[in-house]
Design a protein around this ligand. Sequence first.
Ligand code: FAD
Length: 478
Amino acid sequence: MVNQDPTNPSHALFDQFVQTQTCKEVQRTFSELCHHLELDPRDYQSFYTKLKERLNYWKAKALWIKLDKRAQHQDYQQGKVCAKTKCLVLGAGPCGLRTAIELALLGAQVVVLEKRDSFSRNNVLHLWPYTICDLRGLAAKKFYGKFCTGALDHISIRQLQLILLKVSLLLGVEVNTGVEFKGWMAKLFPDDHPAGKFQFDVFISAGGGRFVPDGFRWKELRGKLAIGITCNFINHHSAAEAQVAEISGVARIYNQKFFQDLLTEEGIDLENIVYYKDATHYFVMTAKKKSLLKMGVIKQDFSDANQLLGQANVDQDALLRYAHGAAHFSTDHRLPNMQFALNHAGQPDVAMFDFTCMHRAENASLVRERKGKKLLIGLVGDCLVEPFWPLGTGIARGFLAAFDTAWMVRSWGKGKPHLEVVAERESIYQLLSQTTPENISKNYSAFSIDPATRYQHVNLNSIKANQVRNTQILLSIT
Ligand code: FAD
């Protein structure tokens, strides 16, 4: 008879692992759980199976049911299809971790490198319906009970990372935090980190905006000057706060009176504003330069956006007042006791950023050859296509690219000729920037890494192998 005693130490450790709320604690409780169950997390091929065998606990079983359902999908061929593939993933943001999970399900050895040692981003992301369905399938609710309850369709970046980190670890992904990738030939910081010895044949960059490895080129889409402000206030979880309605997006063209009143009463001139209630009260808005200058937030006008929004040209106290005023007004002055939440540096969590230019990588993949060996390189997330925050495209397109990348690695693992692997990846990439919640397939529960399950019209051969031969097959790694 198996011990189902709630005081069983491994059950208690599992509960802690599931509930814990910081990156460090997740890693600590996971390592203790492995130690207690005498499991080696580096034994990536059989780790998950052994964990299930040794942790005979009803709460864990409810989780295994979810993960097994995903893992049993035919695309993964029972984790055998990439059994010999070794993948290095740069970045433990949402898209890097989501990719790592898919690669692990394919049976690959997956090592993730993350330069930060904590998950501290309070900002809240709006999710497209398919991503909510996807995350539910990964048991998000077991790790975060409040996940998209009722009509809620958003989650903080840190909470999303925590969920994906936990799933990654359970599936045998090695996640190294506090390790910075500095370049090819395993240049890491700290330079003696054991991950530096990892030999890989697939490299996935998920390093966020503009972190693109050598060999990739950018396209720039430049619009009119657009200045964003994000701010987070402490959520005291009081009854009064609970009653304040969220603003899922109000834009100037749809509610001119609201913006006119805001300008008249507060001197604040906005294009749009969003308010989500999560662990914090999160606001994001687009502000007009003229009002930022008038309110003393921006000290001097410059045509160059970097100079305009550079630290030296921003009065931080005025920025806090501006953000506070906009948040207070837009919630009808009903949010009591508005104190700024703190960011990773212990400062009020308010940021101003420029999103005038959107970048997009010209290609999603490359193959580098060195001494007869081939390295497949792929981009996912913001470093592939920079998102446009008012449309909430970041996670949705980021996850689509994660699945497309896993499909590419699957073909690689199956031994498909490398030119064909890259040509197919580029054919699929052509569709990414056009995706909207309306034009992707609606059968979300059938979504898999197979592009045909997600895109309505996909031609895997729209780009031919001979078209990528000269641009995406590079010799030698520098
Ligand atoms: P990131 O989250 O940036 O993660 C990259 C990771 O790589 C980081 O953890 C970083 O530390 C690590 N890293 C970088 N370089 C190295 C290195 N050399 N070595 C090791 N590690 C490294 N998206 C939505 O879907 N919905 C929204 O509503 C939404 N709103 C937004 C509002 C604003 C104001 C902004 C700015 C963005 C918004 N986004 C939204 C976009 C969303 O935040 C991003 O798309 C998402 O966080 C990208 O995830 P990622 O994994 O690609 O990159």
